[in-house]
Structure formats: C-alpha cells, structure tokens
Design a protein around this ligand. Sequence first.
Ligand code: IVH
Length: 666
Amino acid sequence: MDAKNEIKHLRSEIARHDRLYYLQASPEISDFEYDALFAKLKRLEAEHPELVTPDSPTQKVGGAPVDGFAQVEHAVPMLSLDNSYSIEDVREFDARVRKSLPAQESPSYVAELKIDGVSVSLTYRGGVLWRAATRGDGAVGDDITENVKTIKSVPLRLKGQFDPGEEIEVRGEVYIPRSDFEKMNEEREAAGEQLLANPRNATAGSLKLLDPKMAAKRPLSVFIYWLRAAENRMPDSHSGCLDMIREMGLPVEPHAEALRDVDALVAHLEKWESRRSELDYETDGMVIKVNSMAHQKALGGTSRHPRFAIAFKYPPEQKETVVVSIEVQVGRTGKLTPVANLEPVRLSGTIVKRATLHNRDEVERLDIREGDRALVRKAGEIIPQIVAVVKEKRDGSEKPFAFPEQCPVCGSETSRQEGEVDVRCVNPFCEAQLRERLAHFCSRQAMDIENAGPSLINQLVDKGLVHDFGDLYALTREKLESLDRMAEKSAANVIEAIDRSRKAPLDRLIFGLGIPMVGTRTAKQLADEFGSLDAIASADAERLTQVTDVGPRVAASVKEYFQRDAAKNVVEKLRAAGVNMTQEWRADGPRPLDGLSFVITGALSRPRDEIKRDIENAGGKVVSSVSKNTSFLVCGEDAGSKLEKANKLGVPVIDEAALARMLSQS
Ligand code: IVH
C-alpha cells in the first residue's frame, strides 16, 4: 500500500474504532492497539505533511458528543495527555521540563493513578453543583448534570464558604468499581443479556443513559484531580489543589503522591506496576504532573496536550500459565477460531481461563502445543491473548496441535479464501453456525426478539424445531411450552416478540441476516439506498459499491450471500411468513417523520436508544427536554415532569403504539 492509501485506511479504521468505543460502547481492540494505530498515522503524516487534512483524527481533541443531551462549552478546553510507555520516555519528559524552566529551578512531581474511566467536569456556583459535563470533543461536551447528581460520591454542595456567584470547576474521572462491575455482569449473564466488555464502557454507557433514574441504579463513583477557582483561591502547587479539593468534600484517589525528583518518580512508577492490580478500580497507568503551578504556567501546552503533565501507561499485565487444551470454535459466519483452555490465572484483577489464538496462522506462528507453558496478556481487558510459548520449559510431553481439516461441529469441509487468514466451515446449516446466527438474528440490534437467549436457542436447535430463521415464524405457543423452563407466560412473550419482529425495519432485517462484513451501519445504508431486500439481492457488485461504506470486498460478500441457495430459501420463507422486506422511504426522499421533533419519557418496552434510532431512521429528531417546539411527547408508564410540561404547553402526547403507526406510514 502506498502512503496515501495507508493513511486513508488508518483514518477510516480509527473512525470506525471511535464509533465502536464512544457510540456503541463495544470496542473491538484494546487501547494499546488503538494507540498503535494512532501513532502509525501520526508518523506517516509527519513523513508526508502534504497528506494531512483538517478532518484527520490527529487534528481533533477527542470523541464526538452524543445527540440527546444539551451541548455545553467548556470554560477551559478539556485536554488529553501525551502518552509515554517506558521509563526512558519519563526521563525524557523530565529533561524537556527542565530545559523549559530556568536552570536553577528543579521541578518536583505529583503522580496519580490514572483511573480508566470517563472524564467529567463539575462546575459549582456559590458552592452548589450547577452543571456536569462530559469531555465531548474537548471544547464542547454533553450536559449530564442529572446523571452526575445521582453519583453518591459527588457532593451537591461543597464544604466551605463561597460567594453567591463564585464559580469553582473541578474535573475528574467517573468509574465503576471492579467488584460492582463483576456483579453487574453476573446479573446480566443470569438474565441472558450481553456482557459488558469492561468497567470503563459500562461507565460511559451509564453516563449516557437519557434517564437519570436508570443512571442512579449504576454503581458510579468519582475521583477528582483538577481544579479551577478564582485566582486568589488557587493554591500554588498541584498537591495544594488536591488538598483543597479534599477539603471541599470531593473524593481524591488516596494514593496520589508528591515526589521530589525524577528518581523518586521512577521508583514510584515501578512500585505501582504490580500493586495497582490490588485496587478495586481499573487503572491503566500513572499521570505525572509538575507540582508547582508557576512551573505549570511557564510550561504551557499545545492545542492537544499540556506540556507539564504526561500519562505513563503500564504495559498490559502478562503472566505465565499452562495450556491445558486447545479447541476450535465455530462462529456465526462459520469462522474457525482456535482457543486455548488455560490453567486459571489472575490477570489485572480477573481470573483468566481461556485465550484466543485468533486463527490457523497464529497457531503455527506460536507453535503452541497442549501442555505448553505460555505467556498470557489481557489486551484491553477484553479477550486475553497468548503472547508467546515458553519453549525452554518443554519436557517433551507436549502434544502438537493439528488444525482440523473438517469443521469440528458438523464435519463438513472447510475453506480458506485467497488473501484471507480465516478458515471457515462452508456448510450454512452447520449447527454451530446456526445457533450463533439465530442469536444474532434475534438480538436487539437485529430483529429484537426478546427472551430468545442462548438457552432457548439451544433447545430449539437440539430438538430440531428450527433449522433457519424462517422456522422461527412457524413456532407456536404449544411447541414452546413443551421446552424446559418455558412457562406459559414466557412462551406467550416469545411468540409476541416474534410476531412483532415481522414489522422490523428493513435495515434490522439486513443486519440480522448476518451477511459477512455487513454491520448495522452498512445495513442502514443499504436499506436507504435500495429500499427493499429484493433490490439488494439482485444488485450487481458495481451498483452495490455506490453505497458509502461498501467497497469491493463488502460488495462481493453481499453478492455471494444472496447467490447461495440456502439464502434464497430463507428469504422466501421469511417473505411467506410476512416479514417486512421493504422500506417506504429512501435516504434522499421524504421520510414519515421529517421535520418532527420528539421527546421520550417514562418506562417503555424497549431501550430508549433503539426507539431513538427508529425515529431518526424515519427522519425525526429526538431532543431531551419538552418545549413549545416539540412535535410529540412519546410517553411510557410512570412519566413525571416531562408529561406535566407537555400538557401545560399543549404538546401532543402519544404512546408507543401510536409511534409505531407513525413509523410504518409512508
Ligand atoms: S489530568 C490537563 N489526571 O486520562 C490535565 N487525567 O488523556 C488533563 N485521567 O482525559 C488530565 N486519571 O480522562 C488527569 N489523575 C488524572 C487522571 C486523568 C485519569 C484521564 C482523563 C484524561 C486522560 C488523559
């Protein structure tokens, strides 16, 4: 790839990972890997300055603010920190700091654990919490005051005496303690819901809940590390700021320490490398700040980072353990993924029992064998990985692993496409694939067939009741009631959800089909561009690539999918079952809710962000508070002040059923 194309590729990858991280709270790669992508882009741009464009992610301060909250401008931009990954980097930082200060001044430092959460700004007026905001893009963030007010460790009033209009702003990190996070995931698992990847994503998701009552149920906490106050109040050192923050009744991470020089700092960083795993909150490093405020001022900063502080990132923790066995799993798209079962080890606070080996090439590269000792690392706290095999410790009893030639679940042949690393089972009826595909089809982002969790899907497949998506629509209450743990009421609920899914918007159906490389966004674009499933199925590759996110590979994948007999049969079965396959409006044509604005309130049958997405798909806007310009208030049960306000202003109030009718009209 030439530099221009590589830069283009890196930018689109970074933008995709930003969306996954900030908007969908489901990252695919670790921070470490993300930083590496970013660093590579920065390096290429430095080598080819003519290729730098204003929209490059390197030119921005941070992620995008989310719709639905009021936007607020930060009084002082919320900057991020430059990263360092080694002790040498830290010594270089110290050298840079010294060079910028007069020769006789020697800087001392404060080191704070870098909490892996979500940054917030809290503004107090006259000592009372007035506004809380996210960082957003650094200049403008979301107003999340109501959600932040539900955090127990955030005082609504500061301790001390304040003039009535006096403004004090503090910034810090909101997080969910590890133990609470684990409890949340246990509850989700029991309820058959998707697990949260890590505490930070759970925190980000909680702060973005549009309903503060829901946010109040999340175990959020905060640590404050930054202060802005009137000049006469400002302490002359950062440690003085931390004292003042504490005295005002705000929580400060208890292990922050002032260190007299870089040697003391380095010793502190080394001491905490292993200790940090004992804390009940996730940390990904240490933040190092020059202590004297006069020094901080003299050092200044760039538009992105201050020069007086740096983040020191610890390498992901890694440990040695035994590879007990290696198995191969078959995923939704037939992809064969080798997985190592490990003797359990504790890594960054959780117990790791399995690690992905990614693909056949990786197994060969590692030359990993059953019985080997291997180093495991938790990449971004999501899926643990094997870093290397400790070959010196082999005693000859290890069993080499032969990657299967046949699908380990159905025995069909496997294939590996040219230029691809993945080996796939070619049988679309393979049971492993079928289970995964059904789960995907029923998932919230697809056809939203609630209660169809893994246990139900397994039984449906085991008992031969369902061989493809189409069979779901032939299920009856009686058939469901014959299954284990299926009471009358839940059977009725499942049938009702299946029935409702017949009217799901076209883009959800496209996503639900599980066409390789077609995610929610591409599905939406395909629906908008073509308006019907048949039009997509019969489009040629060239026509498909007219869709924004569709390149030649995605086009080939869509084409291949619809050419298969199995796919044709399923589409016909779905059609016969009355599943919606068209969309009446097109992206470039009029949509039913164009120009209308909605406020959503009360307890509804589906998550708010889904209802919001449906409204936006149909051209409408969702705003957070009721005004005389609001077109409709969508109201569920137990609505409060918003309903009162709508009634007072004469804003029409509708229920979910009425909204569904509006959505399906053309
Ligand atoms: S100071 C100008 N201190 O790390 C100072 N940040 O890129 C800016 N963070 O966005 C931040 N713990 O979300 C600071 N003790 C700490 C921190 C901390 C976590 C986060 C913060 C910031 C990011 C740095």
